[in-house]
Design a protein around this ligand. Structure first.
Ligand code: F6P
Length: 324
């Protein structure tokens, strides 16, 4: 193996740069040329690739985003587009590929690997933590901490003004960020995609909570079944007369910022392991974490199956809220 290409695709996540750095440095350690592909699969199609060296990854371990860029390349679903990408990979003498991203990224990688025969290793990088085959995805821990620090700040004003804040967090179709942000920030309630919401119960809970406290934080996963924080406020406000209800959508702030120690370490281990796996002749697998160990899963399983948050956390949350 002489030339290993790498790309980041889908939504960026804090720690992607640490993974890029680890891949590049491990390649160079083994005298392999790391080839960066700019802007995900788009760069593969546009032949936007460059040989990387140590200086490309100097001073990036602490930075958010991805230095090689990312995109959601819908054209990659077309076979003709992929044929162009394969031709470009062959022209660049690529022997192996490492892709960092979410399940969309792995779908592209799986098809590519079966169509072109170049071995591919996946690294889970998304703030959503919704990838099957890993306890943690790169970026999730940082995003969760970003959410918690934002909620802490909102709680200050919520309690000063006796307001009920509905704080919408990212996570696409999964409630990992929401449920764990709710536990860690002491939220009064949480709505997640994995659970059918009961608005009457939510209203009763807000009324009950506010007998003693007069402010509440409700964490709303963007993918929950009522349609998000604004929609939710529209639905419950007729039942909560006299309460001051406010929506906050945290948005893309959750994707940025310096990665946590946890994400930097995870990304460094996964990035380096990806190169080792390619050298070991492995193909079409994703690296995951299980406890403190790195494990592997087939890319196909990672792409097709979904991971769900531990719903026992809802019971835990309820115990934290009970007020007699
Ligand atoms: O997958 C990461 C994520 O941030 C999701 O939580 C969110 O639904 C989506 O990406 C937003 O994507 P975009 O930045 O393309 O709008």
């Amino acid at each position: 193996m002489k030339r290993i290409a790498l790309l980041t695709s889908g939504g960026d996540s804090p720690g992607m740069n640490a993974a890029i750095r680890a891949i590049v440095k491990t390649c160079l350690f083994y005298n392999i040329v790391p080839v960066g592909i700019r802007d995900g699969y788009k760069g593969m199609v546009n032949n936007d690739m460059f040989d990387m060296s140590y200086s490309d990854v100097d001073n990036i371990i602490h930075t958010g985003g991805t230095i090689i860029g990312s995109s959601r390349c819908l054209e990659f679903k077309e076979k003709e587009t992929r044929l162009i990408a394969i031709k470009n990979l062959k022209e660049n003498l690529i022997d192996g590929l490492v892709v960092i991203g979410g399940d969309g990224t792995f779908t592209g990688a799986t098809i590519l690997s079966s169509e072109m025969g170049i071995p591919v290793i996946g690294i889970p990088g998304t703030i959503d933590n919704d990838i099957y085959g890993t306890d943690h995805t790169i970026g999730y821990d940082t995003a969760l901490n970003t959410v918690i620090s934002a909620v802490d700040k909102i709680r200050d004003t919520a309690s000063s003004h006796h307001r009920i804040f509905f704080i919408e967090v990212m996570g696409r179709h999964a409630g990992f960020i929401a449920i764990n942000a709710a536990v860690a920030s002491g939220a009064e309630s949480v709505l997640i995609p994995e659970e059918v919401p009961d608005l009457n119960k939510l209203v009763a809970q807000i009324q009950h909570q506010n007998k003693g406290k007069r402010s509440s934080i409700i964490i709303v996963a963007e993918g929950e079944q009522e349609g998000g924080s604004l929609e939710l406020i529209n639905k419950v406000s007729p039942m909560l007369e006299g309460f001051d209800l406010r929506p906050t959508v945290l948005g893309h702030i959750q994707r940025g910022g310096s990665p946590s120690a946890f994400d930097r370490i995870l990304a460094t281990r996964m990035g380096s392991f990806a190169v080792e796996l390619l050298l070991d002749g492995q193909n079409s697998i994703m690296i995951g974490s299980s406890g403190d160990n790195l494990i592997t899963t087939s890319l196909e399983a990672a792409m097709k199956l979904h991971s769900v948050p531990d719903l026992d956390r809802l019971v835990l949350l309820k115990k934290m809220l009970t007020r007699f």
